[in-house]
Design a protein around this ligand. Structure first.
Ligand SMILES: [Zn+2]
Length: 303
């Protein structure tokens, strides 16, 4: 069996990903963000082109089921910009959905995830390459346990990695206890997102010791008062021997955050974050984080 990253244009070898934004969004719609949707294909194309011009080669979109992923648009966007794209199945927190939308998924959530990973999303034929779920603020509610149980089942059926939104960066150890402890997902098949938002170095080290991937993302959003701690946090993890567990992403979630709409957007990750991290960690590790780790985190021996 050979490990492959499942992109929207088909499966590729991990080393073909290149410089990768391991957590971002081209399209995203939520009842929580009215009027700020990412729902514009020309803007998505321009943002990808800007990322490409800054040296980017691949983007992993974490937008899950029912949040306006626009899977049908992704192959053409990837082809025309030359940026590899990986898209997600999975489910976000209940607050991002209408109640009746969730009711239709009761009893068949794992089945939906598996079908989107193996058959394709809807009738698009575009297959998801990861399962995105979400924790809660310092706790896991019934919805989080339901979605994580389904994600683990879909992981066991396919091998797909499980990427987790940590609410305000919290709850990492609760998520790992459930996913890796009770539900048996191997640590290196779990990617924890938003750790930079709750920069407790002890929790981050304990999470890394489970073997999971730590994704530091969203370093361009004005409300993240902890962004400036990122170089220090990554340095501490590297010093503790966990440099090989790190991933980086831009996590653009609203239209105003796009570089083509005047925000920092995807290019900021390479334009400003990368040199800042090179200063803190050295070019060798930062290159591995951007070019080698995403391939390892998202490559799967697809069942
Ligand atoms: Zn995100």
């Amino acid at each position: 069996m050979v490990s492959r990253v499942r992109t929207v244009l088909g499966d590729i070898r991990p080393e073909e990903l290149g410089v990768c934004d391991a957590h971002d969004h081209l399209f995203l719609r939520s009842v929580q963000l009215p009027g700020r949707e990412l729902d514009d294909a020309p803007a998505a194309r321009a943002e990808l082109a800007a990322f490409r011009a800054a040296g980017g080669a691949a983007v992993v979109q974490w937008t899950p089921y029912g949040m306006g992923r626009r899977a049908a648009d992704l192959p053409e966007l990837s082809r025309t910009t030359g940026v590899r794209l990986v898209c997600a199945t999975g489910l976000h927190q209940a607050a991002h959905y209408a109640r009746d939308a969730l009711d239709t998924l009761r009893g068949r959530l794992a089945e939906v995830f598996v079908s989107e990973l193996t058959e394709g999303i809807g009738t698009t034929g575009v297959r998801a390459g990861l399962i995105k779920v979400a924790g809660g603020f310092h706790a896991l509610d019934a919805h989080a346990r339901w979605t994580m149980t389904a994600a683990a089942e879909a992981h066991h059926a396919t091998g797909a990695p499980v990427a987790v939104h940590l609410e305000q960066g919290t709850g990492a150890l609760d998520v790992l206890d459930l996913l890796c402890g009770a539900l048996g997902v191997p640590g290196d098949r779990v990617i924890l997102g938003h750790l930079n938002r709750f920069p407790d170095p002890v929790v981050q080290r304990e999470a890394a010791a489970s073997g999971c991937w730590l994704a530091f993302d969203g370093p361009s959003r004005a409300h993240h008062a902890t962004d400036w701690r990122m170089p220090e946090a990554l340095g501490a993890l590297a010093d503790a021997g966990f440099g090989d567990r790190l991933l980086l992403g831009g996590d653009t979630v609203v239209a105003g955050a796009r570089s083509v709409d005047g925000g920092p957007g995807m290019p900021y990750l390479l334009r400003r974050v990368r040199p800042r991290l090179v200063e803190a960690l050295g070019a060798e590790l930062v290159d591995r984080v951007l070019m080698d780790h995403p391939g390892r985190a998202f490559a799967v021996d697809w069942v």
